[in-house]
Design a protein around this ligand. Structure first.
Ligand SMILES: Nc1ncnc2c1ncn2[C@@H]1O[C@H](COP(=O)(O)OP(=O)(O)OP(=O)(O)O)[C@@H](O)[C@H]1O
Ligand SMILES: [Mg+2]
Length: 236
């Protein structure tokens, strides 16, 4: 469904991603693990067309998308839950959710997506008319995920969903991710530093370090890997 082939990116003269190749097949949940500054968000921005590769290709459903503007890429069925949710703090939960369905014109489809999201996130139903800026960190994270689902994505990109949350809330967020994976036909690319949680829900993963993919493997292979054990599992 999604493939990066030998992608390079730069910020000005400074190289960031270096020869990054990775694949996510339809129906899979895949994680990308990496430390602060490794290039995780840059990789997501490259998929979304917000950072343009200086070499290589990004292919989605058999088509090159790296030359497309971000809104076209998002309209083609890719949704993102950004690092800092990117909500509209002065708008209500309802309006933030509806913004996720921006490209959907069919009111019945929007209504059924909304109902489904509120079943997965009952807390958002309780807070439906509350302004997003007044939600707790965990609730904002849930709203960010729910809003992404409102677009009816084929591919869901999540940038560090556990970031900044208390351990109990991380568990709640990951329960939701596991539920989305089990109940919905959505392909997931999950970006994390929290390897332990990410490896609970994915089948496969990659590790990025200083802009290069240094490791890839099945969940089991990554859990057993010494680099992962030392650098990513120990700290969490
Ligand atoms: N717009 C930019 N201009 C210049 N440098 C940038 C820009 N955006 C990111 N960088 C640099 O690129 C590197 C990778 O950043 P990126 O945000 O991709 O890291 P990350 O893996 O997502 O890290 P984190 O876990 O902290 O979110 C960092 O050194 C960062 O300072
Ligand atoms: Mg980041």
């Amino acid at each position: 469904m999604l493939e990066l082939r030998n992608v390079d990116t730069r910020y000005g003269q400074i190289p960031m991603l270096r020869q990054v190749s990775m694949k996510v097949e339809a129906g899979e949940a895949v994680c990308l693990l990496g430390a602060n500054g490794a290039g995780k968000t840059t990789l997501l921005k490259t998929i979304l067309g917000m950072v343009k590769p200086t070499a290589g290709e990004v292919i989605y459903n058999g088509q090159r998308i790296d030359h497309l503007p971000p809104h076209k890429i998002i309209a083609s069925g890719i949704a993102i839950v950004p690092e800092r949710e990117g909500l509209f703090p002065k708008l209500t939960v309802e309006d933030n959710l509806l913004f996720g369905a921006y490209y959907e014109k069919d009111k019945d489809i929007i209504k059924s997506r909304l109902e489904e999201a509120l079943t997965i996130f009952p807390r958002l139903k309780e807070r439906y008319h509350q302004k997003a800026g007044t939600l707790s960190g965990g609730e904002r994270k849930m709203l960010g995920i729910a809003r992404a689902l409102l677009s009816g994505p084929q591919l869901l990109l999540m940038d560090e969903p556990s970031l900044g949350l208390a351990p109990a809330t991380v568990i709640e967020v990951y329960d939701v991710i596991a539920r989305i994976k089990a109940e919905k036909n959505i392909t997931i690319l999950l970006i994390e530093q929290n390897a332990q949680k990410a490896l609970e829900v994915v089948e496969r993963g990659y590790v990025i370090q200083k802009g290069s993919i240094i490791l890839e493997g099945s969940t089991e292979e990554l859990q057993e890997n010494e680099i992962i054990k030392e650098s990513y599992l120990a700290v969490n």
